[in-house]
Design a protein around this ligand. Structure first.
Ligand code: PNS
Length: 167
């Protein structure tokens, strides 16, 4: 095992389509734990995203600017290879409920098998946000439900203009 690096960089990977207040809470807490936190969007996602990678990066940048040690990036291919490229020792993931655990455990163990020197760190979601997902936010918003308090206001505005365009 390599010794603990003087500066620990963590990657917080995901789809962020779009970023929710649950994600943002993790960014805020992660920024206090690690020297550098890189929020990284997967580029070659098989899911059909509502927002392009560039739009999602813009939305992320708009909300993480208060955290000086947080960067926004995107990646292709294997997450662990990207983490190694960025000299990151940690992958940060949030767990909302037990239902998240099985998928997260599988990913963490696969990632450990691929690159044992990179640790996955799980943080429990803030209970106020544990029911929020990007998928549900989009569904509720698309059906006319109120999503204020679930996503940052700038994201709500983007959703509004995206839905207006698609009508
Ligand atoms: O927000 P999501 O969709 O739950 O994030 C999933 C993500 C991006 C973390 C995961 O799909 C991923 O790491 N993809 C990159 C490809 C990869 O490394 N696959 C093997 C993971 S064990």
């Amino acid at each position: 095992m390599p010794p603990k690096p003087a500066n620990v960089t963590a990657i917080y990977p995901g789809s962020f389509d779009p970023i929710t207040n649950g994600h943002l809470d993790l960014v805020q807490r992660g920024s206090r734990m690690f020297d550098t936190l890189i929020v990284a969007i997967l580029r070659n996602d098989s899911k059909q995203p509502l927002f392009s990678v560039e739009e999602r990066m813009d939305m992320l940048r708009e909300v993480v600017y208060p955290y000086r040690n947080v960067q926004v990036d995107c990646f292709d291919g294997l997450l662990v290879d990207y983490a190694a490229e960025r000299s990151a020792a940690v992958l940060l993931r949030g767990i909302r409920a037990i239902s998240d655990y099985e998928y997260e455990l599988q990913m963490a163990l696969m990632n450990r098998r691929l690159r044992p020197e990179i640790e996955t760190v799980f943080m429990m979601s803030n209970e106020a946000y544990s029911f929020i997902s990007s998928r549900l936010v989009k569904e509720v918003f698309g059906l006319g439900g109120n999503i204020s308090g679930l996503v940052p206001p700038s994201v709500e505005a983007r959703l509004q203009s995206r839905m207006a365009k698609t009508k």
